[in-house]
Design a protein around this ligand. Structure first.
Ligand code: AMP
Length: 116
């Protein structure tokens, strides 16, 4: 569901406004509108990939890049020392609600394990 029906594709194009914290030629990071922690950002690829289930070998470097961007965002938000969590929900059963792959970056409060 790339393009006009994908809200994160619209964030990439600027059609939907977002509080961006980082962007480069392959990825965009922006603040989640329904924050679950003092820092809650989402890192997405500019290219539409619906979920990890749809990712293939051609996406290997891109997925690694998303994790490095997540670490960068966490570091810039001041969480490198105190810790932070990166989450990729895959499929509705795991809580995925937007089908454009994204890495949640959560930090700034104690994070328990296991997650809910
Ligand atoms: P998930 O449930 O893992 O698919 O995560 C989707 C996330 O996207 C949720 O945490 C939503 O709050 C967030 N979200 C949905 N629409 C927007 C938007 N327009 N801008 C920022 N975050 C959004």
């Amino acid at each position: 569901m790339a393009g006009e029906n994908c809200i994160f594709c619209k964030v990439v194009t600027g059609e939907i406004p977002a509080a961006k914290v980082y962007e480069d030629e392959r990825a965009v990071a922006f603040r989640d509108i329904n924050t679950q922690a003092p820092t809650h950002a989402l890192v997405i690829p500019r290219a539409h990939v619906a979920s990890l289930n749809e990712a293939g070998e051609a996406d290997e470097a891109l997925l690694g890049h998303l994790l490095l961007v997540a670490a960068r965002v966490a570091r810039e938000e001041g969480h490198a020392e105190g810790g932070y969590r990166t989450v990729i929900n895959t499929g509705a059963g795991a809580g995925q609600s937007v089908f454009h792959v994204h890495v949640h970056v959560l930090g700034g409060r104690a994070l328990t394990w296991p997650p809910g």
